[in-house]
Design a protein around this ligand. Structure first.
Ligand SMILES: *[C@@H]1O[C@H](CO)[C@@H](O)[C@H](O)[C@H]1NC(C)=O
Ligand SMILES: *[C@@H]1O[C@H](CO)[C@@H](O)[C@H](O)[C@H]1NC(C)=O
Ligand SMILES: *[C@@H]1O[C@H](CO)[C@@H](O)[C@H](O)[C@H]1NC(C)=O
Ligand SMILES: *[C@@H]1O[C@H](CO)[C@@H](O)[C@H](O)[C@H]1NC(C)=O
Length: 660
């Protein structure tokens, strides 16, 4: 070899080596390798061993230091951050000893109980056991800790909130949503003067909210949905002046919304729905100038829409559906043209539909109101105007233009959310796969049915926009093709059959729960609860597919009698605020329907017989009939005003039809 070349190569290597060493030095200066001998205090190691046993956490490896972040002690989930971590503070006693400050074990299906032993971790500030399969009660011993954050959402916890927790003066977050806790809220909770988040939704809490809660002046975020609280929404909420978020769907509390709400001027997310109690005008929200989400749905509001809402340009979602609001849409509302969603469904609003709404490309739902019919059809841009006018037939008949009754029908079958299938000996279910603008559209099929869907899944990060769901696990059902896809709805989903012979029918609703699982994981802890109306009559209150079918992934067919008197059959599914909203992930709730079959409860004439009639004539008859049913619907709706007022137990009125 050429000596000069050899020389060159050696120089090259030595330089490379030098650079490498320099780089290593630099790295170790900026990112020092931990050589400190600090490790977890020996007594806390023993406590962790007990805690692991109590929780059923089997992959903690005690051959390494729990504070070192190795071998299962801290696992970074790239999409969700640390969902599994024991965190320590090692800055005590000259950095020679560490103490556990936080235990976060999320979504691990741990199936033990809550560890009383936590009290022996004196520096612990956080315990987060969200989305596991933990049972038992909340240990009253926790009352002696200095915890800042307790998060136990989505587990199987039972029993009450121990009054001893009122002694945790450091506590800022108490989140126990989506369990099976029960009993009264202890007045001692009012002593938690640093409390910012109090999340109690989807449990079985009862009784009135204790007056002591008025002392929680640092509260920013309170969630009370899906419980069985009693009494009125207390006016003492006015002392929660730092509150930014209230979520109160079907809490059990009664309206009207108290005047004290006016003082909560920092509110950005106000969601109240399905409130029992008497009718009342729109609450005074004039000073809530930073609202992003305003939901006052099915709250018995009457009177007119307030002008000032038009000035709240921060609004993203405005949902005032299923109230008794009347009058015109105020002109000030035109500044809400950039709002993501406006739902005014199911009120008594009148006057012309404003131009800005017809031009708005985003989602607006004005269906089931009393607007003056205009040149608008059923669906202008993404505005759902189905049944929005009642004083004339323009709006309605244009909704029916392609549903000309070229014949009389004696049945219809829909594979909701799925493709056309034939089951059994050739029974055909029609496809129902429309995903286009699905949030609000009134869609007509080529045969004798249609549907109208209202609502937006909240907090789902936009992931459920198609409103069609596929099964997530294997189904143990006959005819799985009927159940592998289902139509879901965040709020209200109505199927209509048209051009039916006026007769008696059997309505068969086919359900299978396909989003929860039937195993011992947190995905099995979902509770889907919704209401079903047929021909405007409530046939199921708090319907739960899993309960009826005997588990997730199993099917159940519910059969109801229905009388058609005007050619039209209406089947409505409505989410009345009950059930879990975050299992297995946020935004899973509301009605789910797999298939519908409506069969004659009479002997239809043989094919080719008098079933056929002149298309045009029947078309007109059907359109007129449909106007009549809508008018009847409105009469029911108005009739329900009286019906509701006289009901002091605030229960469900059989003829209360949300949306009509
Ligand atoms: C709270 O702590 C005090 C003093 O430590 C004690 O006397 C009281 O019984 C505790 N309250 C509850 C409800 O445990
Ligand atoms: C809720 O509590 C009531 C009594 O307080 C009880 O009757 C009911 O069964 C409980 N419901 C559930 C789902 O646990
Ligand atoms: C809203 O704020 C204004 C000025 O800050 C005040 O005068 C008024 O009383 C407030 N209104 C309500 C309903 O609190
Ligand atoms: C959906 O259900 C069908 C029928 O049971 C099954 O073959 C399929 O694997 C399921 N899909 C998923 C994702 O589990």
């Amino acid at each position: 070899m050429n000596p000069a070349l050899l020389m060159n190569m050696m120089t090259f290597f030595s330089r490379s080596l030098l650079s490498l060493l320099l780089i290593i030095c630099a790295i170790s200066i900026f990112f020092p390798v931990s050589v400190s001998a600090a490790s977890l205090a020996a007594d806390e190691v023993e406590v962790l061993k007990q805690i692991g046993k109590t929780l059923g956490k089997e992959d903690w490896d005690f051959s390494v230091d729990p504070c070192g972040g190795e071998k299962g002690w801290a696992t970074l989930n790239p999409s969700k951050g640390f969902e599994n971590a024991v965190t320590c503070d090692c800055s005590f006693s000259d950095n020679t000893v560490c103490h556990v400050t936080s235990i976060v074990l999320k979504s691990q299906n741990l199936n033990g109980t809550l560890p009383t032993e936590l009290v022996n971790l004196p520096y612990l500030q956080e315990i987060d056991l969200s989305r596991n399969y933990i049972n038992g009660t909340i240990p009253l011993e926790w009352g002696t800790t200095q915890l800042i954050n307790i998060s136990l959402i989505v587990n199987r916890l039972t029993g009450p909130i121990p009054k001893e927790l009122g002694n945790i003066s450091t506590l800022a977050n108490l989140t126990v949503e989506f369990n099976q806790l029960s009993g009264l809220i202890p007045p001692e909770i009012g002593d938690l003067s640093r409390l910012e988040k109090l999340h109690l939704s989807s449990n079985n809490f009862t009784g009135e909210l204790p007056e002591t809660l008025s002392k929680l002046t640092n509260l920013k975020d309170i969630r009370l949905s899906d419980n069985h609280f009693t009494g009125k929404i207390p006016n003492f909420i006015q002392s929660w002046t730092n509150l930014q978020k209230i979520v109160m769907h079907a809490s059990g509390l009664e309206g009207p919304i108290p005047p004290g709400i006016a003082l909560l001027t920092k509110m950005s997310d106000l969601r109240i729905s399905d409130l029992n109690g008497t009718q009342a005008p729109f609450p005074p929200l004039n000073n809530m100038t930073s609202l992003k989400y305003l939901i006052l749905r099915n709250c018995n509001l009457n009177g007119s829409l307030p002008e000032y809402l038009g000035a709240v340009t921060s609004l993203k979602t405005l949902d005032l559906s299923f109230n008794k609001l009347s009058g015109e849409i105020p002109s000030s509302f035109s500044s809400l043209a950039d709002t993501d969603y406006i739902f005014l469904t199911g009120n008594l609003l009148s006057g012309p539909v404003p131009d800005w709404i017809l031009k708005k490309s985003e989602n607006v739902d004005l269906s089931f109101n009393n607007f003056t019919p205009g040149s608008q059809g059923c669906q202008e841009s993404e505005v759902n105007l189905f049944g929005s006018s009642l004083n004339g037939s323009t709006g309605i008949s244009s909704c029916l233009t392609s549903t000309h009754c070229s014949r009389t029908w004696y049945s219809f079958r829909i594979n909701c959310g799925g493709k056309e299938v034939n089951v059994g000996s050739g029974t055909k279910y029609e496809a129902d796969t429309t995903t286009l603008g699905t949030s609000l559209m009134f869609v007509e099929s080529n045969s004798n049915w249609a549907f109208s869907s209202t609502g937006d899944f909240m907090d789902d990060g936009g992931s459920l926009k198609s409103f069609i769901q596929k099964n997530t696990s294997i189904l143990s059902v006959k005819d799985p093709e009927l159940y592998m896809d289902a139509r879901i709805s965040p709020l209200s989903l109505v199927y209509y059959g048209f051009c039916l012979k006026n007769e008696n029918y059997k309505v068969n609703l086919h359900f299978a729960e396909i989003m929860f699982t039937d195993d011992k994981t947190y995905s099995s802890l979902g509770r889907r609860v919704f209401d079903i109306y047929i021909q405007g009559k409530l046939v199921e209150k708090d319907f739960n597919i899993v309960d009826k079918a005997g588990g997730a992934g199993r099917s159940i067919t519910m059969t109801y009698d229905a009388i058609v008197t005007n050619g039209t059959l209406e089947i409505r599914f409505y989410w009345a605020g009950r059930g879990t909203t975050a299992v297995p992930v946020r935004g899973v709730y509301g009605p789910l329907i797999s298939a519908i079959s409506v069969d004659p409860d009479f002997t239809p004439p043989s094919e080719g017989g008098n079933g056929m009639s002149t298309g045009a004539v029947v078309g007109i008859v059907a359109a007129v009939a449909f106007v009549i049913i809508l008018l009847l619907g409105i009469l029911w709706w108005r009739g329900s005003l009286k019906g509701k007022d006289t009901r002091d137990e605030g229960g469900v009125n059989d003829y209360f039809v949300p949306g009509i």
